[in-house]
Design a binder for this molecule. Structure first.
Ligand code: FES
Length: 116
């Protein structure tokens, strides 16, 4: 798939639009869920840290299931479309600092690409 932006498209609203899966399934569900792995607290932390760091044009949203449950807690950042597993506050800091603030990547936290 090719991502195309056309000349008449409106400007991007956010430089980094971060979606954190907050899906919660019943206990014992075979797929598990990101919420039971702490994603709700991590989203709250990322939102607070982004504000404290003075990052502009950044939004951290809760999302429903992002369909990468086995790799969760799942986070995806647009417009790049880079997927991460964020298990701890230290992981969240690394993503906010190295990806969002510095424009790099955090390879050790990136999810494996899905087979096509
Ligand atoms: S429950 Fe989070 S990706 Fe499915």
């Amino acid at each position: 798939m090719t991502v195309t932006r056309l000349p008449d498209d409106p400007p991007l609203r956010y430089t980094a639009h971060i979606f954190v899966c907050a899906n919660r399934r019943p206990e014992g569900h075979p797929k598990g869920c990101c919420a039971e792995k702490g994603s709700e607290e991590l989203r709250h932390y990322m939102k607070q840290r982004a504000r404290e760091m003075g990052l502009r044009g950044v939004r951290v949203n809760s999302a429903g299931c992002l369909a990468r449950c086995e790799c969760g807690p799942s986070v995806v950042i647009y417009p790049e479309g880079v997927w991460y597993t964020v298990r701890t506050r230290e992981d969240a800091d690394a993503i906010l600092e190295r990806h969002v603030r510095d424009g790099g990547r955090v390879p050790e936290l990136m999810m494996p690409a899905e087979p096509r």
